[in-house]
Ligand binder design. Sequence first.
Ligand SMILES: [Zn+2]
Length: 200
Amino acid sequence: MSPKIRRLVKLLSRLPGVGEKTAQRYVLWLLTADDALSRELGGELTSLRDELGPCARCGNIAEIKDGRALCDVCADGKRDAKLVCVVARVHDLMAIERAGSMRGRYFVLGRLLSPLEGIGPEDLPIAKLIERIRSEDVAEVIVATPPSVDGEATALLLKRELSPLGVAITRIASGVPHGGDLEFADPITMGRALSGRRAL
Ligand SMILES: [Zn+2]
């Protein structure tokens, strides 16, 4: 195998869900398919990190304009600024948006509390969340971390840290399967989980 192919296979196999065999299949495919495909793919990948980044306010994916990133949800003036939904990952935010029943805005933690993986409270952006709640006069925080061990531990941590602020803290109802990923919940289940939220 040429060193160029080996390098590309190695890079592609670092993507989630792509093993070495699949990576090799991709490279061979790109070499035989219309050459516009690999050129276009290369161009998009080159500019990806310059044009998109985490939203400065909520952590959602946003377009970077004039060195500043503000996502579509944060820029949407019709959203209820007093309602903030806390999620673990951008995938979860997208799943909730697909369900279409969330009228507030979001805050992406980026990770969950996980003693097993050595992720402690200091590794989560709690101070940034508290600052946001204070500065935007948020009335309710919906905790939409997944119903897993780490998701529940994170929900309890948020309750402990946010309770002194006097903000209402609610947790999405079950309906999302235990241990399941929010990403795979269908829109109806997600809608019910949100509307059936209760005080945490
Ligand atoms: Zn945002």
